[in-house]
Write a protein that binds this ligand. Sequence first.
Ligand code: NAD
Length: 443
Amino acid sequence: MKIAVVGSGYVGLVTGACFADMGNDVWCIDIDKKKIDDLKKGIVPIYEPGLDEMVKKNYADGRLRFTTDLKEGISEALFAFIAVGTPPEEDGSADLQHVLKVAGEIGRIMEKYLIVIDKSTVPVGTAEKVRAAVKAELVKRGRTDLEFDIVSNPEFLKEGDAIEDFLRPDRIIIGTDNVRTAELMRELYSAFVRQGDRVIVMDIPSAEMTKYAANAMLATRISFMNELSYLCEKTGADIESVRMGIGSDSRIGRAFLYAGVGYGGSCFPKDVKALIHTSKQLGHGLKILTAVEDVNRWQRERFVEKVVERFGNNVKGMTFAVWGLAFKPNTDDMREAPSVDIIDELRKKGARFRAYDPIAVETARAIIGDEAISYEKKNYDVLEGADALFIVTEWHHFRKPDFDKMKSLLKNPIIFDGRNLYDPASMKENGFEYYCIGRVQRN
Ligand SMILES: NC(=O)c1ccc[n+]([C@@H]2O[C@H](COP(=O)([O-])OP(=O)(O)OC[C@H]3O[C@@H](n4cnc5c(N)ncnc54)[C@H](O)[C@@H]3O)[C@@H](O)[C@H]2O)c1
């Protein structure tokens, strides 16, 4: 099938590569010329496990092509995915300018029937705005004879597991008001759901809302556990035991129940904010999600508070080692990463940092900068002479480190672990002062 994907970021590139991998003809389009030039040279601009190989293979086979020219990209397509960014505005609402710009451009240049698909995460009502933007351009051109349909097909992939999630989705949501379009969309996705039909067809507003509802629910679980972690610290309960105790209940389940420094990334923070914004516009601010956001912010502050409680407010001249900068493992995405707030807050108080992340250093440097921070290539290299270690991202190789080596390198054997990687009792035996989330170091 002939597919165009507009926007070649985390979602667009994975979508394009996975469709091409199933034998479809795919054009990936982006306004970022450098990105497209790099992709043509085989340089994949983001880190996502398996993506590099998939892009190179399908590009070499001619199924996956790249262009900055939307007209070239959509001229033969039956399906045009819009997968551009929808970052948060100041007031928390989703910024739709890129989505609507692409919609208008499609209307200006399309020459045959097209299914225009919103894959970007967009608030309820956006599909109708996209429809209106395409139509307005067709009217201007005097080409109202050209037919098109609009579909909402939100994406649920997780960065770090994006390829796997796309190839083996839990479900595919198709929001459409047209039975024939629904069948074409089913056909398009049939290669990914051979084990059983996981396509759920619904009306367009419900599809748009489903994406926000999913992210809001997952963010709620995280903030719920984070809030309980505070209570655990105060009462002597252990959040890890509580997690196992409730996660084994089939009504609750185990996923997204980890206490930590809070959620980050390009989706949960902005999608929770956007949903709150929508609800406020409709005259009823969502109470649960407002609290979810507050707790998430507080969780980062609590990490800093623990450091200040231990060292005092004057951390001037102190150096902290940081393991992990990305908002989660297996990605170089730094959007809304907790590391940024933690480093910024303590840097304001005069602290210096030496940081390590296996993948995200370049993206981190672009946000955090070079003031009072250096970036090292190996995790042990940041420890020498540091006053304490902060663990902010749970990369696999942090789970079983050489504690003796760590102790010999650190100035003080002190760890602030924002990801609960170690057992507090063993850390005590190992001679570490260990501060984690919702767990106490018992005597
Ligand atoms: N990142 C995720 O894990 C994830 C998961 C599910 C859904 N989403 C949603 O998918 C959307 C895209 O997210 P992302 O993380 O891939 O964003 P991204 O910032 O990585 O990529 C967006 C791309 O769109 C390009 N672009 C912007 N305007 C354009 C235009 N007019 N024409 C062509 N290209 C244009 C940008 O240059 C950029 O390369 C967002 O709405 C996001 O909420 C993201």
